[in-house]
Design a binder for this molecule. Structure first.
Ligand SMILES: Cc1cc2nc3c(=O)[nH]c(=O)nc-3n(C[C@H](O)[C@H](O)[C@H](O)COP(=O)(O)O)c2cc1C
Length: 419
């Protein structure tokens, strides 16, 4: 892959063009009344009114439940069994409680050991389709490694998901990093910036399929396409929400040109977090990055001691150190650039879970959320040991405390009730 061949796109123009297409496009025009008729009273009338864009100051989503073991490398018997029925249960719990989103992990090769976390996973677009059909209001993402799927095919898959969810689908665009996954697909990993360059061209094609009414030829660096056309168009008069999760300068600039929301990691201090959020926000045109979220694994209990004891059990009594060794070799240097811990601590951290650890009492957790919110973070993508049996900690303990702390508003049941 070579250095950037695609010029940055002007998204405001693209949005205008897209809106114009949709407003004037005969097919959309014809479909609008039918869509309106299908809508329940109080249902969103535009993508801006979907739940991920609600007024809650600190939003929450579930992260990684399409993968066996979720985010943690533990052998604890209660660890996440990512069966389809369990995924539906967790999604419905999150939807009914008012959580804003479901974010899957795009993973093709697991972390091995006895636990083999993320070794058994559902493909994320098919997963999103099933969950969008099983829920009412929650935004549901797919996560695609763009190098593994043809953009014209993917554009149609995503439109299908978007229609199933009546405009609640979003895409996490992943350029990829795992050499084993690229080897498995027979795709060269290439260099870091080249992967983003490829992602940009891929997304450019997808956006054109979503927005253009006439067949177009595409003569790019990676794709030469003829008479490209895709119908139907996305559900609303805008494309599905796009998110990305790069931390590098290239990843940031990619997000600044393409993303509506961003996922990142939480650095060690609040000052670092403020700096990081500014680094992302300053790069994007004003108002484009609607939300910046971080990933987090959550172990919360009534008291801090109970939570710490549970964490000790998950990591030191039931931890899968063989999997940790594998993950350390695969990812160790990438996490250590900012954690700067010794090998055993890093492995313990990998077992505990991906993303920022939130381990403590319910009050501790809400204090942490307040702190992150004050630093400018818009919410967290949460992993937990078991997304169904741990869910009451969120619904019954954290959400009411967050409402009292002014981080969230009570859920208006009319918007989500399964009538
Ligand atoms: C919340 C979050 C979710 C991510 N999800 C995935 C994923 O599902 N699959 C994947 O291969 N990489 C995933 N990543 C990794 C990113 O896509 C990206 O490769 C990584 O952050 C490094 O990007 P950078 O080199 O630009 O910093 C995720 C990262 C974050 C923070």
């Amino acid at each position: 892959m070579t250095a950037s061949a695609t010029a940055p796109r002007d998204f405001s123009r693209e949005r205008d063009r897209h809106n114009l297409t949709v407003n004037n496009g005969s097919e959309h025009h014809r479909m609008e009344p039918a869509r309106r008729a299908n809508c329940k009273q109080g249902a969103p009338m535009s993508r801006d009114e979907t739940r991920i864009y609600n007024k809650n100051k600190f939003k929450l989503g579930l992260f990684g439940m399409n993968c066996r073991g979720g985010l943690s490398l533990t052998k604890a018997p209660e660890r996440w069994d990512a069966s389809w029925d369990n995924n539906v249960k967790a999604a419905q719990l999150a939807d009914e409680a008012g959580l804003e989103f479901l974010l899957p992990i795009g993973r093709w090769h697991g972390y091995q050991g006895e636990s083999d976390t993320q070794g058994t996973t559902f493909e994320t677009i098919a997963w999103a389709c099933g969950l969008l059909a099983s829920t009412h209001d929650i935004t549901t993402f797919g996560t695609l490694h763009v190098a593994f799927v043809n953009p014209v095919f993917a554009a149609k898959q995503m439109v299908t998901a978007d229609h199933i969810g009546h405009g609640r689908f979003g895409l996490n665009v992943v350029s990829g990093w795992n050499p084993i996954e690229f080897g498995m697909m027979g795709v060269p990993l290439g260099d870091h910036d080249g992967r983003y360059d490829y992602a940009e061209e891929w997304l450019n094609i997808v956006n054109r399929v979503w927005s253009e009414d006439q067949p177009f030829d595409f003569d790019g660096h990676y794709y030469k396409l003829k008479a490209v056309l895709g119908k139907p168009k996305p559900w609303w008069d805008s494309r599905p929400i796009l998110v990305s999760a790069g931390n590098s300068e290239t990843g940031r600039d990619f997000a600044a040109r393409n993303a509506d929301c961003l996922f990142t990691t939480v650095p060690p201090t609040d000052e670092d977090l403020r700096g990081k959020l500014k680094y992302f926000r300053d790069a994007a045109p004003p108002g484009q990055l609607r939300n910046i979220f971080a990933s987090c694994h959550l172990m919360v209990r009534r008291t801090r001691k109970e939570a710490e004891d549970y964490h000790h059990y998950i990591v030191h009594e039931q931890g899968d150190w063989e999997a940790a060794d594998y993950a350390f070799k695969l990812r160790g240097s990438r996490i250590n650039t900012w954690l700067k811990a010794d090998e055993d601590k890093l492995k313990a951290r990998l077992i505990s879970g991906a993303g920022f650890p939130c381990i403590g009492s319910y009050d501790d957790a809400v204090e942490t959320f307040k702190r992150l919110s004050s630093a400018g973070l818009d919410g967290l993508a949460l992993g937990m040991i078991n997304y169904v049996s741990d869910f009451p900690h969120i619904r019954d303990e954290l959400l009411p405390r967050m409402e009292r702390a002014g981080l969230r508003e009570p859920l208006h049941h009319a918007a989500t009730a399964a009538e």
